[in-house]
Design a protein around this ligand. Structure first.
Ligand SMILES: C[S@@+](CC[C@H](N)C(=O)[O-])C[C@H]1O[C@@H](n2cnc3c(N)ncnc32)[C@H](O)[C@@H]1O
Length: 285
């Protein structure tokens, strides 16, 4: 499956992380700034109509994932992270410094991985045990398949966390489920393992027209099949359990109101957050 059309969206998210003080300047670029500026009229309309913007939703997921990573490292002893579809995410750069014992593997389509590797090399951004490798979640075997990466690149003796952020809604449920099954199966090789992803479920009836318009536009721009897979938390939990994960926990931004600096919809707006962060535990065989 050719999903290279999705890669440009990483410019936008990478700029959002930088603009909000979460990333280093070298992860953004004039092109990314331009894309971000071009989106501002839509963002303003979103703020006026829904009380929330795309940028707010990106910040919600990124803050919650960061928070859960910290918890898993500090409380569950995670010492290895595979960040799939890393784009210009600053996590490898920041976390491999914050936790020098961490083995951090960033992975993305080969052309994106090359760009990120070059940036990190140019800016002395690599941490002590940190690498960026090519990966295609739909590939098999060496060098880009998840089977090769999780068996040969990762260290099977370490408690491990696998992350995808901003990826899963770009694919049909039957396709992304194959990836989830693979992660759940391959994750059993580690003494303890978790998988964290963000996702957007199907919206309540009243927001369907807005969401349908947004997903159609994103599908066209990325040449991908943007999909909202689940109706609510129970279906999310069931869907991921069916792929082989256990203990599926669904987080919503409102839960972190007093814990994290995340933007929430104006209280006067009826919009409840639509972003979810899903954390799944993988039990060893
Ligand atoms: C929306 S960006 C998210 C980037 C980053 N995770 C973030 O949140 O800033 C989506 C990323 O998915 C990557 N991607 C697309 N198809 C992929 C695939 N088949 N395998 C691995 N990564 C893929 C793109 O190259 C891009 O970097």
């Amino acid at each position: 499956m050719d999903s290279t059309g999705i890669s440009f969206t990483a410019l936008f998210t990478g700029h959002v992380w930088y603009e909000n003080g979460m990333s280093a300047r070298f992860f953004t670029s004039p092109k990314a700034r331009l894309l971000h500026s071009a989106a501002q009229p839509v963002e303003k309309a979103g703020r006026r109509l829904l009380g929330i913007t795309v940028e707010d939703m990106l910040l919600q997921r990124h803050h919650i994932i960061d928070h859960r990573i910290d918890t898993l490292v500090k409380q569950e002893g995670v010492t290895q992270i595979l960040e799939i579809a890393c784009g210009y995410s600053p996590r490898g750069y920041k976390l491999s410094r914050k936790y020098p014992q961490l083995k951090y593997v960033e992975a993305d389509l080969p052309h994106m991985a090359l760009r990120k590797r070059t940036l990190l090399q140019q800016h002395r951004g690599f941490g002590p045990d940190h690498q960026v490798i090519g990966c295609d979640v739909f590939a098999d075997g060496k060098p880009y398949g998840l089977d090769y990466i999780m068996k040969e690149v990762l260290d099977s003796s370490r408690p491990t966390l696998i992350i995808t952020e901003g990826l899963v809604n770009y694919f049909r449920l039957e396709d992304i489920s194959q990836v989830w099954k693979r992660i759940a199966h391959l994750g059993q090789a580690f003494p303890k393992a978790w998988y964290i992803t963000d996702l957007v479920p199907k919206p309540a009836q009243r927001w369907k027209p807005v969401m349908n318009a947004a997903t159609s536009m994103l599908s066209m721009a990325t040449r991908a099949s943007v999909n909202l897979h689940f109706n609510g938390n129970a279906q999310i939990e069931q869907g991921l359990r069916q792929c082989g994960f256990s203990q599926v926990t669904v987080f919503r931004p409102e839960q972190f109101r007093d814990v994290l600096p995340i933007p929430l919809a104006n209280t006067s707006s009826p919009t409840k957050s639509i972003v979810r962060v899903v954390e799944c535990q993988i039990h060893p065989q």
